[in-house]
Design a protein around this ligand. Structure first.
Ligand SMILES: [Zn+2]
Length: 381
């Protein structure tokens, strides 16, 4: 899978980084760890410098936590008045705690137009990944599964870098991008998974592959176009979906979820008005991977198509774990959904990766199973 000729070929295909107005280290990612908050609690652990864009750098004086607040035209850190954008720079291995989590990169404190505060960490890709891995996969899982996750998370980060350019950062630290919580839960396993795959990303035809991952595919991963729209035949082969025998033992393989008629109706009506009370709900088309592409509801005297992804989000993605619904059991006061899998089903199936690793398969084998035809290449930051 790894071809020497493919090394470094992706560098030219990488999106340009966002540039910050304070200093510009283009190798670093800008991650919004606090977004548009009324205040933020900040605590230096070691020597931290306050660096306004103009003027003298000076050490942060406080030993305990301090509160960052907006003021008219700028920021306030306790009683210290700062301009609307200021950087905090840790020195000599110092770290900065923000809320409950600790960070090793420097932090850009920023006043938002709506008089809220945003805190952006400037962090290297590899340090960023150490803060992503424990929250996107159980850090106690086998090393080869964590390595596969590290490559996919790194590829995702490069592919989505600059997505929030307009807001002055590259990625969010929540599920809109990937969950990232600094140094909070890094263990030896996580560190090894990131270091042993340093710089490695998945490519396709010399370009970065737009990758995805999910908890469990329920036996067949999904074609990216079936999940996000478009013609499934146009999907690059690595993202067309594969039959997956590996996640059979996952706790998400079979589940049921019950919803009362009233809750279903309220959920459907978040997106569209129904012409009368909801009477029935049926499965319409199902795609090759087994995901339902539409539900048909009858309300009043009319039939109405219901988008399964919209319904899942409205009912709660952790309650209706996926749209791979095997059948619906209609009950007196509601409907029981009998389903498989957890998540959208596109790309890496994490439970399948875990089982493959337990059976002795390498992360390269796991990645070429879920992304057939892709190449593993190394990018230098
Ligand atoms: Zn699977």
């Amino acid at each position: 899978m790894r071809a020497a000729a493919a090394l470094l070929l992706l560098a030219a295909a990488l999106p340009a980084p966002v540039s910050a107005s304070v200093d510009t280290d283009k190798t670093k990612l800008l991650i919004a760890i606090v977004r548009r908050a009324a205040t933020a609690r900040i605590e230096a652990r070691g020597r931290v410098l306050v660096a306004p864009p103009k003027g003298r750098r000076r050490p942060l004086e406080w030993k305990g936590p301090v509160t960052l607040r907006p003021r008219i035209g700028g920021l306030r850190l306790e009683d210290l008045r700062l301009p609307s954008e200021t950087e905090l720079i840790p020195e000599g291995g110092a770290t900065i705690q923000v809320g409950r989590d600790r960070y090793r990169g420097s932090l850009i404190l920023r006043l938002d137009p709506g008089q809220t505060v945003t805190v952006v960490e400037r962090v290297s890709m590899e340090d960023y990944l150490e803060g992503v891995l424990p929250f996107e996969m159980d850090p106690g899982w086998p090393l080869e599964a964590l390595k596969a996750q590290a490559v996919v998370a790194r590829t995702f980060a490069y592919a989505n870098r600059g997505k929030y350019r307009q807001q002055g950062f590259d990625l969010t630290a929540d599920t809109l991008s990937q969950v990232y919580r600094g140094m909070s839960d890094v263990n030896a396993n996580v560190r090894a998974a990131v270091r042993q795959t340093r710089g490695e990303v998945l490519g396709w035809k010399g370009r970065l592959l737009r990758v995805y991952y999910h908890a469990c595919c329920g036996g067949h991963t999904e074609n990216a176009a079936e999940a996000w729209g478009g013609d499934p035949r146009d999907t690059p082969p690595p993202l067309r979906g594969v039959r997956d025998p590996w996640c059979r033992t996952s706790p998400y393989m079979h589940w049921t979820a019950y919803f009362a008629w009233q809750d279903l109706m309220t959920a459907i009506e978040q997106r569209r008005n129904l012409p009368g009370p909801l009477k029935t709900l049926k499965i319409g088309r199902r795609d090759v991977a087994g995901y339902v592409q539409d539900f048909v509801a009858s309300a009043g005297r009319k039939k109405v198509d219901v988008d399964p992804s919209d319904l899942r989000l409205a009912l709660g993605a952790s309650d209706l774990k996926s749209t791979k619904i095997r059948r619906l059991i209609v009950k007196k006061h509601g409907v029981e959904f009998v389903g498989s899998g957890s998540g959208h089903g596109v790309g890496l199936c994490q439970w399948g990766a875990r089982v493959q690793a337990e059976k002795g398969r390498s992360y390269e084998q796991i990645l070429s199973f879920y992304f057939p035809g892709s190449t593993l290449s190394v990018v230098e930051p």
